[in-house]
Design a protein around this ligand. Structure first.
Ligand code: RET
Length: 256
C-alpha cells in the first residue's frame, strides 16, 4: 500500500543521507590534510580525532543512505495517517517503527572522540576523563536499549541516559573548566566557548529521541533530516571551529 509506505524512509531522504555521507567523508579528508599541512606530527591529535569521528559518521550515513542498519520494533503509540479519503490508524496495518540502530553504533564511537577532543585541551585528570567516557557510553547504550524496547519501559532507559548526560555536562562545566583555567586565559576562553557549543547541540538529541524512537511522533524521514542537520553541526562544523580556535594556542602547555 503506497500510503503506508510513505511513512517509511523515502527516496528524498536517501538523497539527503548521501549528501550528509559526502560532507562527512570530505570533512575527514580535509581535517587530515589540514593537520598535516599546519602542524608537526606531535601536534595533530585534534585534527586526527576530528577526522576519525567524521570518517566514522560517513560510514553510518553510507549505511542509512543504503537503507541498511534499521530494524522494525513494535510501537505502543501509533500515528494516524490517511488512506484514500479516510483517517486510519496506521498501526492497524503496520504496528512497527524502523529503529535506525546504525546511528547508535556511530555515536558509541564518535561521542567519546568528541569529548576527548574537548577534554584533552583542559589537562583534566585522567580519572575524570575516564568518567566522561564511561557516562557517555552509558548515555548512548541506554538510548539504544530504550529505542529497541517496545513498551513504556523505554522511558526508564531514557531517564538513565539523561542522568548520564547531566553528569557529563557537570564535568565539562565545573572540573574541566577549572582545569582549563590553569592553562591560561586563552585556553580557558577557547574551552568555554567550545564546551558551551557542544552542550547546546547535545541537548537537542534527547528531544529528537523523544519524538522519534521514544514517542513515535515524527516519521523516520523527518528523523533523518533532524538528526542529519544536528550531526553536521555536532561533528564537522563543531570540529572545524574547534581546531581553528586551537590553532592560535600554544600546544606546548598541554604537554603534547
Ligand atoms: C539519547 C537517548 C537517551 C538519552 C540521551 C541521548 C543523548 C544523545 C546524544 C547524542 C549525541 C550525538 C552526537 C553525535 C555526533 O555528532 C541517546 C538520544 C541524553 C547527546 C553528538
Amino acid at each position: 500500500n503506497p500510503t503506508v509506505a510513505n511513512i517509511d524512509i523515502t527516496t528524498a531522504a536517501s538523497d539527503w543521507l548521501w549528501a550528509v555521507f559526502a560532507v562527512m567523508a570530505l570533512s575527514a579528508i580535509v581535517l587530515l590534510v589540514l593537520g598535516h599541512a599546519t602542524r608537526p606530527i606531535g601536534e595533530r591529535a585534534f585534527h586526527e580525532l576530528a577526522a576519525a569521528l567524521c570518517f566514522t559518521a560517513s560510514i553510518a550515513y553510507y549505511s542509512m543512505a543504503s537503507d541498511l542498519g534499521a530494524t522494525a520494533v513494535p510501537v505502543e503509540f501509533i500515528r494516524g495517517g490517511t488512506l484514500g479519503e479516510n483517517w486510519v490508524d496506521v498501526g492497524v496495518l503496520r504496528p512497527t517503527r524502523s529503529i535506525w540502530y546504525a546511528r547508535y553504533i556511530d555515536w558509541t564511537i564518535t561521542t567519546p572522540l568528541l569529548l576527548l577532543e574537548l577534554a584533552l585541551t583542559t589537562a583534566l585528570p585522567l580519572s575524570q576523563v575516564f568518567g566522561l567516557i564511561f557516562f557517555d557510553i552509558v548515555m548512548i547504550i541506554t538510548g539504544l536499549l530504550g529505542a529497541l524496547t517496545p513498551t513504556r519501559y523505554k522511558w526508564g532507559f531514557f531517564t538513565f541516559g539523561c542522568v548520564a548526560m547531566l553528569w557529563i555536562f557537570w564535568v565539562l562545566a565545573v572540573p574541566a573548566r577549572k582545569s582549563a583555567s590553569h592553562l591560561g586565559t586563552d585556553f580557558h576562553r577557547t574551552y568555554t566557548s567550545s564546551a558551551l557549543m557542544l552542550c547546546v547541540l547535545w541537548l537537542v538529541y534527547p528531544v529528537i529521541w523523544a519524538v522519534c524512537d521514544g514517542g513515535n511522533v515524527i516519521t523516520p524521514t523527518s528523523e533523518m533530516v533532524a538528526y542529519g542537520v544536528l550531526d553536521l553541526l555536532a561533528k564537522p562544523v563543531f570540529s572545524f571551529i574547534h581546531v581553528m580556535q586551537l590553532s592560535r594556542l600554544d600546544y606546548a602547555r598541554l604537554g603534547m
